[in-house]
Write a protein that binds this ligand. Structure first.
Ligand SMILES: [Zn+2]
Length: 149
């Protein structure tokens, strides 16, 4: 038996899927939701701030904000081999927010990216087997992807 929690952050992020047979090859954006699923043992250390929790939701929120939101919110994510966009965005001023990644920015690949962004920062001092189980990514209200280790 395990206990798990979920916490999400949302971003407004642009992308395109360069080889897509239809409309996803156009530049566009989504209101993404990155939802971390975390499991662990409930902290039973009497008097601890986290007593009765597996981790404080606000600590998860801080990690999601710093390592996902603050990197790709109001930014355009570009596949490094998408020559058309890489060259196009080179024309823009330095302070324009683009994030070049080594993968095609589909929801599936962004789920894996987000998982790797969050995992190293999830720490506990209670030895309660805290573990990032999955990163769920909502691209549209009907479309979700998930990365699990
Ligand atoms: Zn899209």
């Amino acid at each position: 038996m395990t206990t798990s929690i979920r916490r999400y952050v949302e971003t407004d992020t642009g992308h395109r899927v360069p080889n897509h047979k239809s409309k996803c090859s156009h530049m566009h954006g989504h209101r993404y939701r990155f939802e971390a699923e975390i499991e662990g043992d409930v902290v039973d250390f009497e008097g601890a701030s986290e007593e009765g929790m597996i981790i404080d939701f606000s600590d998860v929120s801080t990690i999601l904000k710093e390592h996902i939101h603050d990197i790709i919110d109001h930014a355009f994510v570009i596949y490094e081999r998408d020559d058309l966009l890489v060259n196009l965005f080179k024309q823009l001023p330095e302070n324009h927010r683009i994030v070049i990644v080594p993968f095609i920015p589909t929801a599936e690949n962004l789920a894996k990216w987000a998982f790797e962004q969050v995992k190293p920062h999830l720490k506990t001092t209670y030895g309660n087997n805290l573990k990032l189980v999955a990163m769920h990514v909502r691209e549209t209200p009907k479309s979700w992807a998930c990365w699990k280790e």
